[in-house]
Structures are given as C-alpha cells and as structure tokens.
Write a protein that binds this ligand. Structure first.
Ligand code: GAL
Length: 970
C-alpha cells in the first residue's frame, strides 16, 4: 500500500534526525510538570496521579460535568482523563462546533473550579467504543488508509487538531488551566512512527507544551524511543476482559513483569498506566452491567490496583470511572445505549459500593507522600507461603509499604498470616499480639505501612490500612481500617519524656501496651472506635479505628490548600470551606443521616448546603448532628398518560414522493467492503453516516423476476426490512455477533407488476466499527452490499437513498451529528417538542398496531422535582421478549435510547437532568420498528425514579430547540 511505504520512508528519514528532536521535545518546554523515574511533579511537588476517565460527550448536560468531577474529587482522584471525540464536533469536513453540549471550555473551567487536573486525549483516533472510534462520519469515505502518512488523511486530522488544540493549549497548567499531560494518538498495531511524530509536532506547533504521553495497547514497546517517542510512555491493561457472563470467575491474573519491563524500556519515566480496567463494556445481547459490576467489583479494585502499585505504578488512570450514555448514535456497534461500564460512578451518577474502595485508595495515594518515591526490595516474607509480599521503600524517608495479596491473585481462600518486617524501626514480626493475625479473606490485598511520619507522630507499623490523616486544628487525626471482625495492631513511637495515655470510646475494647518507646494498640475492627492518644507526641492524636463499611462513609474534604476536615455519615460530601468560626459543608444525603465532623476547635457553627445545623460536641471533641434526607419524590405514571400514535413508513408506498432524495448511482466506493452488486448502496457514500437509512429502487418488471436477494450491513445488533410495491416482504434482524446478514425474499406470483415496481428498504444501523488495527475497519459498509433481483436485470434498478435530514449539513446543530437518523418521523421532526400531533390517533398503552414497519408514539408529561434534590430518572420498557421489534426514544428531542426488545439486554434507560426537565413539561417520542405483525407494539413504557438525594448541584435545562416547520420539510 502506497501510504504505508510512504510512512516507512518518512520514518527512516526522521530517524536520522531524531536525536536532536528528542532533546528539543522534553522538559525544556516548561517547568510546571516535570518527572523522574519515580513520579510526576507539579510545581515541584510530587504527585501520585490517581485519575479517572470521563467523557463529556456521554453526558450531554454540561452542568452535570461538575457533579461527576466533584464526585471524583471527593473520592480522592486528582485528575480526570478525557478523550475529545473528533466526530462529536465535526458533522462535515471543515465544520467544527464547540458550543452548548460541546463547550469544552466549560469542561476545563469546571475542572479548574473543582480542582482536578485534566489529561487531555484528543486522538485523533480514540477507540472508546464510539462510532468509528471517534473519526467523523465524513472520514469514512476517504480513499487513503488512515493513521499512516497520506496527504488526504493529514489534511483531515490537521483540521481537527487545529480546532481542538487551541483549547488544550489555552487550558494548560502553564496558563493556570487544569491540563497537565497531553496524550498523542492511541496505538494498536501498525501505527506509523512518522505519523505519530507529525501529530506530536502539530501539538507542539499549536502551543501544547505539557508533557506528551502515549497509551500503548499493552506492553508493546511503542514510542518510547526513536521517531514518534513521547515524553512519558504508558500502556493500558484490562486483565478481566469484557465478558461479564461469569462474573465470579476472574480470567485474568495480576501481572508481575511490569516493573522489569518499565526498568528496561523507559526507566527514566514514571510507570504510567493511562488506562487500567475500571469496569467493562457490554455488547448487544450481553448480560448487563450488574454482572460487570460483580466482575469488576471492590475486590478487583483492591487486588489489581494494589498490584499495580506493587509494580511501581505512580500514575494510574481508571477507564471508565464515569461511563455515561451512548445517546443518539454515538456508540459503535459493539455497545448498546448504556455505557455505564460498571465504573466507580454509575451512568445515573450514583455511587455504587465500589466507589468506596476508590475513595480509600484515592485518599491513601494522595495523603501518604512517600508512596510516590519508592523502590522495590526483595526479602520480606509472610509466615504463609500462599501470601505474596511486595515491599516498596521510600528513597527519602525509609517508609515501607508491604503490599500483600495471595500468590494466586484470584484465590478465594481465607488466609491469616504474620509479616516479617525489616523497617527503619527494627526487625520484627507483626502482629505481635498472641492469637492475632493479618487476614486476607479471599480476594483481597492490603498495603501495610511501616516507619511513617505523619504530622508529629511516627507510625512504627499498623497491620491495618491508612485511609487518610491530617492535622485538624490542634490535633493530629488518622483513620485506619480493615474488614469487620479482623484483628488490628498499631504501634506508634512515643516521646520518651511523656507518659502516653490512651482513651478509647465506643464499645470495642482496645488494649494497649508500652514497650520502651513503642506504644502498641490491639483491637478488632468493628464499627467505629475513636481513640484519643495523649503523650505519644505533641499534639494529641485522634485515631479512628474502623471497619471497612464505616471507613467508606468517611469523607476528607479540603477547606483550603492546607487544611482538611473529616466528615462521617453523609452519602456524599462535595466540599467544605471555613470562614471564621463557621464550617460550611456541601453534600448529598439519601436518608436522614447522623453526621460526625472532625473540625478545628475554633469551629462553632456548621452549615450543610447553606443551612445551619445544630451540633453537639462528643466526649472526644468531634461534632455530631443530624441531616435531613430527601423529600418523597413522585413522577407521573406514563401508562395512564394520553398517547398519540401515527404510522410512519410512507416510504413503502409506491407513490411516495422521493424526488428530493439522492440518486444512488455510484459504481465505486472507498469502503473496505466491496459490494457484490452495483450501484453502490452504502449510505456513507451518499453523505449519510448515522441512524436509519431508507433505500428505494424502481424497476420495470418482467414477471420472470422471482425474488430479491439482500446483504444488509447495518452493524451488530441492527437489522433491515423490505417491501415491494408497499407489500411487506419481511424483516431480518442482524444478530449481535455479526455485522451483516443475508436474506432472500421470494415474490409471490403476480407480485411483480409489468410496469414500474418499487422496492423500499429500511436499514437500521448500529454505528461504524472502530479502527483497532489501523486497517480502515471503520470504513466497513453500512448499507446493502447486495441487492439482487433474482431472474431480472439488476442494473435496471434506479436507486435512491435517504438518511438523516440534511446529511452532513445537519439541520439540528444544537443536538449535533449523532442525534437523529433517517426515519420519516425523525426527518419530519416528530421527535421534537412543539411538533403538533393533534391530528394523530389517541391511544393508550399497551398498544398493538399490527403491521410491520415504523410507527411513532408521543406523549407529554410534567415533572415537579423539588429544588435542592438530585433525582436520577430513567425510562423502562417492559414486554414479552419474543416480540421482534426495535424502538428509539427521544426526550425533548434528544435520542436517549435504542431499545431491542428481543435482543436486549437494556430495558432501563437513564436520562440526565437538563435533558429531561425536572420542572416543567417534557415530550417523549418513540419510534417503534417492528419486524413482523405480531411484534408491532409498544407495551409498557414508563418513567422511573432511580434514586433520590437531598443536595445535588444546580442543573440548568439544556437548550432543546422546538420543532420548526421551515427546517423540517421532508
Ligand atoms: C482501550 C482503548 C479505549 C477503550 C478501551 C476499552 O484499549 O484505548 O479507548 O476502547 O480499550 O473500553
């Protein structure tokens, strides 16, 4: 292939120059973000990068970006990794939009306000389970191979980077923005080094000066050296894969060769995993995200993320942390509407149990600074050979981290053991107390810290893990946890001149013993045991010893750059500020909640979301009070609503006026799928890149024609329907495992008329493939590779094609290129608020329309959700699974679900506030596409409350333009 040869020729030429280039490219460009072999530093301060992946385009309600980023920040994430999706911003070559839901500046501003860094990843290719892996629809028809050198492709990606780079450049940390790192490209196989180099040069030319990073698909040694090398190399890893069917079986095991790989491949850079498994996506016909949440649960987080740290990782990004929604047609064919991903924050922005573990690790990595500068050493052991111990030691302080797990990372065995430590405080075996041990109950891993200075105190060791610690007012405060019922032993250095006194509160006994300069506490983890220690060091220490389920109810919001408070109880604490003697907390409750606060002694008043709460002081000097839960929320029952109904396959009528449709007469195509019959019936070739597509063919019949052979290529889980002269020939659902399907429709005698005949074909599409292997897979056909009249003259058919209204000249610029497809109802604007359906038939649900093809249902309803509440809402379809129909549904003109009744698995479709108006009138429009008469129905469709929280953030309604007759003329 010409382009490939070019690629290697240019790569060779560049390689002669590369020494000079590398020197230019690295640190010299700026000093805000630097690195060494241990970790990243920002403004000269070591940073453990604990990052979560977030895609703004999967949450088209921009105010809610703040909600997600606040929830990440509250878990201890200090960065969000963000893919920017080219196709989302570009309906047409030369046209780019960064307004409204595409307002990336708003995203940067929110990140800055929340105080979370951004790792920008603008592709151009992103994969990400989005249509064409992020390439715009218009790129599908280009000739040259993409992701190598070619003038055609270079012109295309240069457009995109010229559009997005100014935003990235402007929002770099060097300009007081949040961007600290910029990823270039995404490797799979075959990515051309000179192309990679050209991308880097473009970012640099456009003023992107932060370190450039790379995400190798695995430890494949790409772009660490030579042409196209980046500043900080990283690789991704999804050890459990993406099949959630047997979620209790862990197919992957924790890797132990990464440290060696890093030391030999890029030893002067931190060990960076730009994508580590935060969940999994699920395909059409899949098992659903609940199972993925079991597969990638808190135990997985404990075992695998801690193994990453044991390998030396100090820069970690979890993909996905918030997955969101493949609304409209943004998904690729391998995913359905929900992209929940079973991540740390659910699609409806709720906090699953596994969020708690992220919070524990997030705070640990941010609080315990020596964790960022460690080397690994051999030699520590446990008295149980099933236990693997990786020991890391801080090069500066000697603090050690014993990361323990089972040798077999998926072991389910309940093991207890003692650990031999050789620390700055001496050599001993812990725990020391007779009849106690460290526990690993099946799939678990712990980070046991020794020789650690925190505030004025010195931790000799603890068999438990550290959540966080802080100097709060006059006291030092620390929180240690283990699972309920597990033994705990913590040893602190005591000041020789003082006599330590230990006072514990609560019901759990804590025994103490002082041995020379060491104070040892023994206890069991159960609930919360506050312990006040005086005399070990100045000032006093408040130690919380907690069980796991209580630990994850703690929050540690920062009140400013230096001070933190500790809050126990609420569902979420978003932030805190301290003004004089008033501590103002912001957060959410899901029920009436007891709150406990560790605040500076000077605090006299506490407010929660601006309202003063009454607090009492506990015996150990914390404040307790009560918070109200959410009000009772109700939503209307849509089964009782007035529904309007209309038929919507007029294209099947031989007399339908298609004079303004595009003539499909191409005899060649740049698609990688070559057609079996001509003309080319691929929607992309005629400017239609998304959603449903209609084809109409006219031919004059001799009666010798006996049937129609079709190869429909709509993508996995799609399908097609065919008519002759208005009579239904049949429908062919395409299974989840295939992107195309053949069908032969045999005509009955006399069905073909001797005059003009009309074939009408409706193709549903499920998006374009990705481009995993740099082989233009995203240019696979979406259309009919074969449309053959059996027994007739095929070339005599005159074809026309119709897709979304306007094609690449989209008419709805607010909702953008992926929102609508080419169903009649979509072209005519039936999905939009303000469209008058007064002449439509009134029906009630369930309603069976008894004919295959397309029909639409509409209704409106009001919501009146009380202010100060976050109430995630969803719509649910319920029906007999034997019925073969698809439905797409729109809320206020936004397509928020593709429902496949027989295929599944998704039945509940969350819709974010802002898209659905929580106060005011909402319009729902549903297009049902039925494959047979028996399946032609909309049965039970209703709105549902997924959760109710008092708190939340203020969410403005998203601009949702109404029906406009002048625009919607079809
Ligand atoms: C990665 C890729 C991501 C996403 C992920 C699977 O290799 O970089 O974009 O596709 O796989 O969810």
């Amino acid at each position: 292939m010409v382009a490939k040869n070019w690629c290697y020729f240019i790569t060779y030429a560049l390689s002669l120059l590369v020494g000079a280039q590398t020197a230019l490219r690295t640190r010299a460009l700026q000093t805000a973000v630097t690195w060494d072999k241990y970790s990243l530093s920002i403004h000269n301060e070591r940073v453990f990068v604990f990052s979560g992946e977030f895609h703004y385009y999967r949450l088209p309600s921009p105010d809610l970006w703040k909600d997600v980023l606040e929830k990440m920040k509250a878990a201890g994430f200090n960065a969000a990794s963000v893919y920017f999706s080219w196709g989302y911003h570009s309906p047409k070559s030369g046209e780019y939009d960064f307004t409204g839901i595409r307002d990336v500046q708003k995203l940067f501003d929110i990140a800055n306000e929340v105080g979370i860094y951004i790792i920008s990843r603008a592709g151009p290719y992103i994969n990400a389970e989005v249509d064409s892996g992020g390439f715009p629809g218009w790129l599908t028809t280009t000739k040259d191979l993409t992701r190598v050198y070619s003038p055609e492709y270079t012109a295309a990606w240069t457009e995109w980077l010229s559009a997005i780079d100014p935003y990235i450049a402007k929002n770099q940390i060097t300009n007081k923005g949040p961007v600290i790192l910029n990823q270039v490209g995404k490797f799979i196989f075959n990515m051309c080094p000179s192309y990679m180099q050209a991308l880097e040069d473009k970012f640099r030319a456009d003023g992107v000066i932060v370190p450039l990073t790379f995400n190798d698909a695995w430890t494949n040694s790409s772009f660490g050296h030579g042409v196209g090398a980046v500043d900080i190399y990283g690789f991704d890893s999804y050890p459990q894969g993406f099949d959630c069917a047997n979620p209790n079986i862990w197919p992957g095991s924790a890797q132990t060769y990464w440290r060696g790989y890093h030391e030999s491949f890029n030893p002067t850079e931190p060990l960076y995993i730009p994508e580590f498994q935060g969940g999994a996506f699920d395909p059409w016909g899949g098992v659903g995200y609940e199972k993925c949440a079991t597969l990638i649960n808190y135990q997985f987080e404990r075992v695998f993320y801690k193994n990453n740290y044991a390998q030396g990782v100090t820069m970690l990004n979890l993909y996905m942390t918030y997955g969101g929604t493949n609304w409209g047609n943004i998904g690729y064919p391998g995913v359905y509407t929900s992209y929940d991903y079973a991540g740390g924050i659910s699609e409806s922005r709720q906090l699953p149990y596994k969020y708690g573990e992220l919070k524990l690790q997030g705070h640990f990595t941010q609080t315990v600074k020596p964790f960022s500068t460690t080397f690994w050493f051999n030699g520590s052991t446990a008295d149980n050979s099933d236990i693997r111990v990786d020991t890391l030691q801080d090069v500066y302080t000697g603090t050690q981290f014993y990361i323990v797990r089972h040798q077999n990372s998926s072991s389910l065995v309940h093991d207890t053991f003692h650990l031999n430590v050789n620390s700055t405080d001496g050599t001993f075996t812990i725990p020391q107390q007779a009849s106690t041990a460290i526990t690993l109950d099946g799939r678990d891993s712990k980070i046991i810290v020794t020789g650690y200075d925190f505030g004025s105190h010195h931790l000799v060791y603890s068999t438990n893990e550290i959540f966080t610690h802080a100097q709060i007012g006059k006291r030092n405060v620390a929180l240690l946890y283990a699972f309920e019922g597990e033994d705990g032993e913590t040893a602190l250095k005591v000041n020789r001149s003082a006599k330590p006194a230990v006072k514990s509160f609560g019901n759990n006994p804590v025994t103490t013993c002082v041995n020379g300069t060491t104070l040892r506490l023994n206890y069991k983890h159960q609930g919360i045991t506050p312990v006040v220690i005086t005399g070990a060091a100045e000032p006093d220490l408040l130690l919380y010893l907690t069980g796991y389920d209580d630990a994850i109810k703690f929050w540690a919001p920062k009140v400013d750059d230096k001070q933190t408070v500790l809050v126990y109880g609420p569902y979420l604490v978003r932030g805190a500020s301290l003004k004089g003697t008033t501590l103002a907390l912001r957060g959410d409750t899901n029920a009436t909640t007891t709150i406990e606060i560790v605040a500076p002694e000077t605090v006299k008043t506490v407010t929660w979301n601006g309202e003063k709460i009454s607090v009492q002081t506990t015996l150990y000097g914390t404040l307790v009070g009560k918070l109200a839960g959410p009000a009772k929320i109700t939503v209307p029952n849509l089964l009782k609503a007035k529904w309007k109904f209309n038929w919507a396959s007029p294209e099947t009528d031989p007399n339908f006026d298609d004079s303004n449709w595009i003539v499909a007469n191409h005899s060649t195509t740049n698609s990688i799928t070559q057609p079996e019959t001509l003309p080319v019936l691929y929607a992309d070739d005629y400017g239609y890149h998304t959603g449903s597509i209609w084809f109409r063919g006219k031919f004059n019949g001799p009666s010798a024609i006996t049937g129609l052979e079709l190869l429909g290529q709509g993508g996995n889980g799609s399908g097609y329907l065919a008519w002759l002269n208005g009579e239904y020939l049949g429908g062919t659902p395409i299974p989840a495992t295939s992107s195309s399907a053949n069908a032969t429709y045999t005509f009955s005698k006399g069905q073909v008329k001797s005059g003009e005949n009309t074939i009408s074909l409706l193709l549903l599409t499920s998006g374009h493939d990705e481009d995993w292997n740099v082989d233009d897979q995203f240019k696979s056909a979406r259309g009919f590779g074969k449309a053959l009249l059996v027994g007739g003259n095929n070339t005599a058919i005159k074809w026309k094609v119709q897709g979304n209204l306007g094609g690449e000249d989209i008419v709805d610029k607010v909702r953008g290129p992926y929102n609508e497809g080419g169903l009649y109802g979509e072209r005519a604007g039936w999905h939009l608020p303000g469209f008058s359906d007064s002449k439509w038939q009134s029906v009630s649900l369930p309603y069976n329309f008894k004919q295959p093809g397309v029909a639409w249902f509409r209704t409106t309803f009001n919501l009146n959700i009380p202010s100060g509440h976050d109430v995630p809402l969803a719509f649910r379809f319920t029906d007999d699974k034997s019925k073969e129909y698809r439905a797409i549904f729109y809320v206020n003109g936004w397509q928020f679900g593709k429902y496949a009744n027989a295929l599944g698995p998704q039945t509940v479709f969350p819709v974010p506030e802002g898209i659905i108006k929580h106060n005011g009138q909402n319009t729902v429009a549903i297009g049902v596409i039925s494959f047979n008469a028996n399946s032609s129905e909309l049965a039970n469709f209703n709105i549902e409350i997924l959760g109710a929280y008092c708190g939340g953030i203020k969410v403005n309604d998203v601009d949702s333009p109404n029906y406009n007759k002048a625009v919607r003329r079809v």
